[in-house]
Write a protein that binds this ligand. Structure first.
Ligand SMILES: Nc1ncnc2c1ncn2[C@@H]1O[C@H](COP(=O)(O)OP(=O)(O)OP(=O)(O)O)[C@@H](O)[C@H]1O
Length: 255
């Protein structure tokens, strides 16, 4: 049986009009079922790396395989299908369709993937029942299920996005700052539930947050600067550019 959920070697990715790669990682290995916290300063490339892991963008050099599928060898259409079948992605901006109901948003993940629908059918669970179970577990009360998702608070929408990511037990969950709108207690509850679901279904979790109080929820912390050759330079450049902007701003104010 395969041990690795994610295996990358010599991964490089450069955004257009950048002089150096945003991502330049010699080796990245994450085991099946491992729960990993990815950390690094603003601008160091965390979201970019997640977009490569999710197959939203493709590596420009090196190899990156998820569950033994080499993503760089798949067309964009096949990467999209692979993501729908095997990856639950919780974005910073959660990407719910605001005019669809809460429950319809969760069911979308099943509508887009026969593989995820089959996983539920194999366990004789209806998609509707599983949506309701996950929403309840994540603290979204039944009186909200038929409301348009856009009517919910940001913190509630983040939890709906988590239910959508989890339904049909994809092998990998990728989460980019999914708790930013939750208070400290709600973050811990959210992480406990996410971890329980991941453990029961043997889901691998790669999670980005700036919140240092959440570290104990994870098996391993990866500091992006430790593995990404350019992280430090990029983050420093971002800070310097902020300082220059603010110096220019103060200069203008004083002029
Ligand atoms: N869509 C894009 N087009 C061009 N360059 C981009 C794009 N997205 C990110 N970058 C570049 O990549 C660098 C890393 O950005 P990224 O969003 O991956 O960092 P991050 O570590 O996730 O930051 P944060 O913690 O602030 O979300 C940025 O400094 C930016 O220059």
């Amino acid at each position: 049986m395969a041990t690795w959920c994610i295996r990358g070697q010599g991964i490089q990715f450069t955004w257009p009009r950048q002089s150096q790669p945003t991502i330049d990682i010699a080796e990245l290995e994450i085991k099946i079922g491992e729960r990993v916290l990815l950390r690094g300063p603003s601008g160091s490339g965390k979201s970019t790396l997640l977009s490569l892991l999710a197959g939203v963008h493709s590596v420009q050099a090196g190899s990156l395989s998820i569950l033994d599928a080499e993503l760089s060898q798949l067309s964009q259409r096949k990467r999209d299908k692979f993501r729908a079948d095997h990856i639950g992605y919780i974005f910073q901006q959660f990407n719910l369709l605001p005019y669809l109901s809460v429950i319809q948003n969760v069911l979308l993940a099943i509508d887009f993937s026969k593989t995820r629908a089959k996983r539920l059918a194999d366990r004789s669970i209806s998609a509707q029942a599983e949506s309701e179970r996950l929403l309840t577990r994540l603290g979204i009360a039944a009186d909200l299920w038929l409301k348009p998702a856009g009517n919910l608070s940001v913190g509630q929408q983040q939890r709906v996005a988590a239910a959508r990511a989890l339904i049909g037990a994809p092998e990998l969950i990728i989460a980019d700052e999914p708790t930013s709108a939750l208070d400290t207690d709600a973050r811990d509850t959210f992480l406990n539930l996410l971890n329980e679901e991941c453990e029961q279904q043997k889901i691998t979790l790669v999670f980005v947050t700036h919140d240092t109080t959440l570290s104990h929820h994870f098996d391993r912390i990866i500091q992006l600067a430790d593995i990404n050759c350019n992280s430090k330079d990029i983050a420093n450049a971002a800070v310097e550019s902020d300082l220059n902007d603010s110096a220019a701003y103060n200069g203008n104010k004083e002029a």
